[in-house]
Ligand binder design. Structure first.
Ligand SMILES: [Mn+2]
Length: 363
């Protein structure tokens, strides 16, 4: 009887141990992501088989974007009269964030808020968003589906660039990209510059300069995208506005790249200049990158990196509305729905940024 009791006790202890081990293993898989699974698979599966499958998935993903862009381009051209038509392209990528990965879930929340019944579809300066010549949509790059097949970031970044080029292929469509974390700006700007055949001027609104050489060893980090952009020669001028969280390395990198820093601590002095910008002259145009955390958290709490002391929503709109220049593409990044208020206030903020950018691009 005693022996039986001991055996039962041992078995339950063993079960607890197994459950603990299993949980640890699962959380490791979760943390290290699909690349661990890829290595595990690689032991038993030939590389050729894996790569062939990845090629097919990527081709299918690009085909959907290509065909949607073609259809939307045909529609806009058939309606006539449009010289530039912004087209949404979602890039639901969050794994290059250094802290939280919620921005991967942003594109559908932003779309939902753009068309939310609580407001009408007219932009502040009177453009009608229901008109496909003012705003169209080619859908999302299926980031998670591609990563799930073990595709690495070198290739994934190329897929993002390729997707942007497919939109630009369909004149008069211009990419208006929904992030995602800020790492996506590198492949997007690269594609825009390569497709247009020269550098652009970049207006970058953000609490952070995102110019680390390789943050935490990741060259594709969301904190390193502007280092990649400047190294690639994709920008002539880089204006970074709203900056209020910058390290010594950040300042050194900004100096090295010749970036023009407009910090919050001197915003009242710089306001006049920033509300009268003229960019992109003599080159391929202007690219606008808006990190939602450029705004003070009072206006936009749904971000991963809450940094007090930022721009008001009206400050940002004044800068955008008054900007003179041909805006060839733009992105809105770093909205994190997992940190938003229950009524989705930051989603509405991100959506209004997208709506006003659409009005700025459309002509
Ligand atoms: Mn930021």
């Amino acid at each position: 009887m005693n022996i039986l009791l001991v055996l039962i006790l041992l078995a339950s202890k063993l079960k607890i141990l197994i459950v603990m081990l299993f949980n640890t293993e699962m959380s490791n898989v979760g943390r290290r992501g699909i690349h661990l699974l890829r290595r595990l698979n690689a032991a038993n599966v030939s590389t050729a088989l894996l790569e062939k499958g990845q090629d097919r998935v990527i081709e299918a993903s690009l085909t959907l974007i290509r065909e949607r862009a073609k259809l939307k381009g045909e529609l806009v051209r058939a309606l006539g009269g449009a010289v530039a038509c912004p087209s949404l392209l979602g890039v639901p990528l969050g794994h290059n964030s250094s802290f939280l990965q919620g921005p991967a879930f942003a594109p559908p929340r932003i779309r939902e808020a753009i068309w939310c019944g609580s407001t009408n579809s007219t932009t502040e300066e009177g453009k009608q968003l229901q008109d496909p010549r003012v705003l169209t949509d080619v859908g999302d790059v299926p980031i998670q589906e591609i990563r799930d097949c073990g595709v690495d970031d070198d290739r994934l970044m190329k897929v993002i660039s390729e997707s942007v080029k497919l939109v630009m292929e369909e004149d008069p469509l211009r990419p208006l990209v929904l992030g995602g974390d800020h790492s996506i700006s590198f492949p997007v700007v690269r594609a825009v510059s390569e497709k247009l055949g020269g550098p652009v001027d970049i207006l970058h609104l953000d609490a952070h300069p995102d110019n680390y050489h390789a943050f935490e060893g990741n060259k594709y980090s969301h904190a390193s995208s502007f280092a990649r952009i400047m190294e690639g020669g994709y920008a002539r001028r880089l204006l970074q506005v709203g900056i209020r969280s910058i390290t010594t390395e950040g300042r050194e990198q900004a100096k090295k790249f010749g970036a023009e820093l407009y910090e919050m601590r001197t915003f009242s002095r710089d306001r006049q200049l920033l509300e009268n910008l003229k960019l992109g002259e003599g080159i391929k145009g202007v690219y606008i990158s808006i990190d939602v955390d450029c705004l003070d958290p009072a206006f936009a709490p749904g971000v991963s990196h809450i940094e007090p002391g930022g721009l008001s929503f009206r400050d940002v709109l004044n800068i955008l509305h008054n900007l003179q220049g041909d805006v060839v593409a733009a992105d809105v990044v770093e909205f994190n729905p997992q940190r938003d208020t229950v009524d989705g206030m930051t989603a509405m903020v991100a959506a209004k940024l997208v709506r006003e950018l659409s009005a700025k691009i459309a002509k």
